[in-house]
Design a protein around this ligand. Structure first.
Ligand SMILES: [Zn+2]
Length: 271
């Protein structure tokens, strides 16, 4: 009997079964059908999912970039197949993986990837709120954009400091998708780049001011391929943050590869 681990983000669906890793494009799959195909082929005992969207108590609340045909995903698989299914938000999963290797009980995780997300460990406990949708830093208002965010608003930080936000700005201005490095190098995209940095600093400073973490860990695809952003935050956060929360604060890059997928393992152990 095997355990299936899945990390599904806005761009990739990664799965691990019997130590073998597989990566496919999220847009090509419906999560429920993807799992059902694996269940037909393999003898799976339980499933742990790190999910890039809002999820509470085994129920998908919102997933703008992921197709899931059964919202009550935990109930559906457990009833139909008699297996256990654990699922949590991907940032919470990544935080579980970070907390395993950190000596601190107060950690704020800020991810810049397809979206802009955060998760906070406060005295050893993940802050969850009443519906497991806390720390949605990407949807804090910043400034008005000429298009909408996945949440329906037009002024979210995520519209400026995320992969999907950058893509929307480029398409709006009539350009094809390009990386942050390419955007940074071109003078004509100066405003997009400046807004990106400003929104990133505001996000980092807001979670630090609100939650007073010992460690602020930066991760996600855009941070991974632009590690200078960690120094940008270190060097400039003082202009945005409540000064006293800087005392003893360590700002660093995540050193864990596939943290969300590793965190999915922890869901099984914790439950
Ligand atoms: Zn939003």
């Amino acid at each position: 009997m095997s355990n299936l681990y899945i990390d599904i983000g806005g761009t990739y669906l990664r799965s691990e079964l019997d130590g073998k890793l597989k990566r496919v494009l999220t847009k090509d799959h419906n999560l429920v059908e993807y799992i059902e195909k694996l269940l037909l082929k393999y003898d799976i005992k339980d499933i742990s999912i790190s999910f890039a969207g809002q999820v509470d108590d085994g129920v998908i609340i919102s997933s703008p970039n992921i197709r899931v045909s059964k919202k009550e995903i935990k109930k559906y698989f457990e009833k139909k197949y008699g297996i256990c299914l654990y699922i949590d938000n991907d940032l919470n999963c990544a935080l579980l993986a970070e907390s395993k290797v950190s000596s601190s009980n107060n950690i704020a995780l800020l991810y810049v990837g397809t979206g802009l997300g955060s998760s906070v460990l406060d005295n050893g406990r993940i802050i969850r709120g009443k519906g497991n949708i806390t720390c949605e830093i990407g949807h804090v208002p910043f400034k008005k954009a000429p298009f909408l965010c996945g949440c329906g608003k037009d002024n979210c930080l995520e519209l400026f400091a995320s992969g999907s936000g950058l893509e929307k700005w480029l398409h709006f201005k009539g350009f094809k998708t390009m990386s942050l490095t390419e955007i940074k190098a071109k003078k004509e995209f100066n405003e997009i780049y400046e807004n990106f940095c400003e929104a990133l600093l505001r996000a980092a400073a807001t979670i630090t001011t609100l939650f007073d973490p010992k460690e602020l860990i930066l991760g996600g695809g855009i941070i991974e391929s632009n590690t200078f952003l960690v120094d940008l935050v270190k060097d400039n956060i003082d202009k945005y943050v409540l000064k006293s929360s800087l005392k003893g604060l360590i700002i660093k890059k995540s050193e864990i590869k596939d943290a969300s997928l590793k965190g999915a393992r922890e869901l099984r152990i914790k439950n």
